[in-house]
Design a protein around this ligand. Structure first.
Ligand SMILES: C[S@@+](CC[C@H](N)C(=O)[O-])C[C@H]1O[C@@H](n2cnc3c(N)ncnc32)[C@H](O)[C@@H]1O
Length: 206
């Protein structure tokens, strides 16, 4: 995956001198999992560039029992240029599923749900909980707010009562089989894409 050293890949083409580029990557090659537009760029330059088109979409996931899905959520949030992923509860999470995408994604930790809710209000975000609990409305037909924080629960307990109480609504993803629920990482991907379909400028996608 990726590219070898600049001189090998681009024979005869002058080496870029812009500060966007990382000298070590130009020398040794860039094998990172980044889109080609960012090949050989420094991490800081990549984050700054994504910052120019991040969405008014935030994601929060409760992490009171070491949820193994957070890495997947972070990777998908990165793909959709989500503003920030908020981890609520335990600070530590298993980064393996993130496949290093967390280096390019803003992350924020909150000790508890009350802290998250206060932060969301201060920052003008409307919270939408995602769970298939009684009283939830179908995500498939819901209108999601533009400045939105989508809040996910974890395997087992689902979204906590405190979080649901602070949300404008809870949206469920329609299911038709025997399982009670789908994987939280998969649910997060579906819900993020529902927001993208309603609010993103598709002409800016790669
Ligand atoms: C595996 S579920 C566990 C809780 C679930 N309420 C249950 O009864 O088994 C973990 C998280 O994934 C998300 N999730 C899973 N299936 C979902 C669905 N059909 N609709 C909305 N969210 C879902 C929710 O955020 C949920 O809190």
């Amino acid at each position: 995956m990726g590219k070898g050293p600049w001189e090998e890949e681009n024979p005869g083409v002058p080496r870029p001198t812009s500060p966007l580029f990382d000298a070590t990557l130009l020398d040794e090659g860039d094998r990172r999992n980044v889109v080609d537009a960012y090949r050989y760029w420094t991490r800081e330059a990549i984050v700054k560039d994504i910052d120019t088109r991040r969405h008014s979409l935030h994601i929060a996931i409760e992490n009171f029992e070491h949820d193994a899905n957070i890495g997947t959520v972070v990777r998908t949030a990165n793909a959709f240029a989500v503003d920030t992923v908020h981890i609520v509860g335990r600070r530590r999470w298993n980064r393996r599923g993130a496949m290093v995408t967390d280096r390019y994604q803003h992350l924020m930790h909150h000790e508890n749900v009350d802290d998250l809710l206060a932060w969301a209000i201060d920052n003008g975000l409307t919270i939408v909980a995602i769970d298939n609990t009684p009283g939830s409305v179908p995500l498939e037909t819901a209108e999601l707010p533009k400045s939105c924080l989508l809040l996910f629960g974890q395997e087992g307990p689902g979204v906590t009562e405190a979080a649901r109480a602070g949300a404008l609504m809870t949206c469920s993803i329609a299911q038709f089989g025997s399982t009670r629920s789908i994987n939280a990482g998969v649910a997060a991907g579906i819900a993020m894409h529902a927001w993208i379909r309603q609010h993103a400028d598709l002409s800016r996608a790669w």
